[in-house]
Ligand binder design. Structure first.
Ligand code: FAD
Length: 445
């Protein structure tokens, strides 16, 4: 096969090959750290872009466009002569052969780094998994955007109050930062868009319910932040349902553990994640969180040249985090930087153990409303909100995206309007099918 001089130069590099699976926060940071260093790096991802997940909820609620929070890998690796990108899904690791099986064939490695992140965890409830919406990817965020706009448009036609309320009852399950931020954004949409542009619909008929099994929202934050967040949400008209367990959802009705039910055609599940492992390393997989057990150097248990970083890695060796590090972007980024340093150190000094430096936590609830936990400093309100805006703006990959996000935010916060309210790809809920033993399929209403 004919090849370009650039590809020939890459192939001719006399360096070991590092294959990085997943270009999220961890994978992307790692390739940046290995750029220009004595390694041939191959980045593999099933998507052709890096997704800035903390702002997915803004895509879901029409404040930002998909391209504002996504950055093409080829633009990142273009100027990196020792890094190439391949779009593809990794299916299996073959550790004894030092190679990977992908949907495009096999790829050999000297060092393998798994940074595949997480998927939504429905804790085994298949019916909820089928009916509820998720917020883990751009396509899911676009589904939510289409869905809430479709519900508004449908509600305009409905005369029956019960049916109208059912379509305008938005149930968000999970009171972590994603659920809180989504609930706040939907509440602002009710106050602005629904009120001014859907005048045929009584505003009060749209209800946002935020459900959590814990006794407080933002369970990993300080009690002060939890209290403030709840108050901010309630001020915006969100119904915060604590100590409440969702046990079922059939697309029309949500069921709770206490036997009560609620009509709703939109349930958004942000109640948990589990790792997205690939096949072939099952002995190192901690079953329930589906994360790879790693040592203090991020080496996958029982292997010598396979590493896991970011959300998929479970390092219980640091006494400060006996259940593993929190699954947040700063951990992923720091582990990537640390692994890069250890890989570069390999033939010289001994590798160093990973020590996470916590950066604090923040969540926004709406305009001028956010909470920040920063060491002993815990506060909420407009200053926290500006801090949240600044930190997120500066973390987005790509100068163009940063400018676009700033422009969208400036417009939104001056005009009170979410600009991207387009149903480009309508959301169509699929029928729920139960597999019968004989291979037949039963369609459930
Ligand atoms: C809605 C939401 C809001 C969040 N908000 C915050 C926040 O405000 N602050 C914060 O710190 N953290 C936040 N997080 C968590 C943060 O996004 C994660 O901790 C972080 O993304 C983990 O990085 P990662 O690199 O481990 O995985 P990811 O960023 O999830 O990247 C994994 C990558 O692997 C690819 N991949 C997966 N499987 C395969 C495969 N088999 N083959 C090929 N490619 C594969 C995926 O396409 C993806 O690009 C949020 C998460 C979500 C979902």
């Amino acid at each position: 096969m004919k090849t370009t001089p650039e590809r020939a130069a890459f192939d001719a590099l006399p360096h070991p090959t590092v294959v990085v699976v997943g270009g999220g926060f961890a994978g992307l940071e790692l390739i940046k750290r290995l750029s220009g260093k004595p390694f041939k790096v191959i980045l593999l991802d099933k998507n052709n872009y890096h997704c800035f997940q903390p702002l997915l909820y803004q895509v879901a609620t029409g404040s930002l466009g998909a391209d504002n929070i996504a950055h093409p890998f080829r633009r990142t690796v273009g100027p990196m002569p020792n890094v190439i990108y391949r779009m593809g899904e990794v299916l299996r690791v073959l550790p004894e052969e030092n190679c990977l099986e992908t949907d495009h064939g096999r790829i050999a490695y000297d060092h393998l780094v798994l940074a595949t992140g997480t998927v939504t965890n429905f804790f085994g409830n298949q019916r909820i998994a089928h009916e509820a919406m998720q917020l883990k990817s751009i396509s899911q965020a676009l589904d939510i955007r289409s869905d809430f706009l479709q519900e508004f448009e449908a509600a305009v036609y409905l005369e029956d109050e019960h049916r109208q309320r059912q379509r305008l009852n938005f149930v968000i399950v999970g009171g972590g930062p994603s659920g809180v931020e989504l609930a706040g954004a939907l509440a602002e949409i009710r106050k602005t868009i629904l009120k001014h542009e859907y005048r045929e619909v009584e505003n009060e008929r749209m209800q946002i319910h935020l459900v959590d099994t814990n006794a407080a929202v933002l369970s990993n934050f300080s009690p002060k932040a939890q209290g403030l967040a709840k108050r901010f949400l309630e001020d915006l008209g969100v119904r915060v349902m604590l100590n409440t367990l969702v046990t079922g959802y059939d697309g029309e009705t949500v069921s709770f553990k206490d036997g009560s039910t609620m009509p709703s055609t939109t349930v958004i599940w942000t109640a948990g994640v589990k790792g997205a492992p690939v096949q072939g390393l099952e002995t190192a997989l901690e079953e329930r969180p589906a994360r790879y057990r790693v040592d203090r150097f991020n080496r996958v248990e029982g292997t010598g040249n396979i590493y896991a970083i970011g959300d998929i890695a479970l390092d219980t060796g640091d006494p400060r985090y006996p259940k593993g590090h929190p699954q947040v972007a700063p951990v992923a980024i720091q582990q990537a930087g640390h692994l890069a340093r250890n890989l570069l150190r390999k033939n010289g000094s001994a590798p160093q153990p990973f020590l996470y430096r916590g950066k604090g936590s923040m969540a926004t609830i709406g305009r001028y409303k956010a909470v920040v936990d920063l060491g002993k400093l815990k506060f909420g309100g407009p200053i926290a909100w500006f801090m949240w805006l600044f930190v997120h703006l500066m973390s987005i990959v790509g100068f163009r995206s940063r400018v676009m996000v700033l422009t969208h935010w400036a417009w939104k916060y001056l005009s009170w309007k979410n600009t991207i309210r387009l149903i480009i790809r309508p959301y169509v809920r699929k029928e729920y099918k139960v597999e019968q033993p004989a291979g037949k399929v039963e369609v459930v209403g």
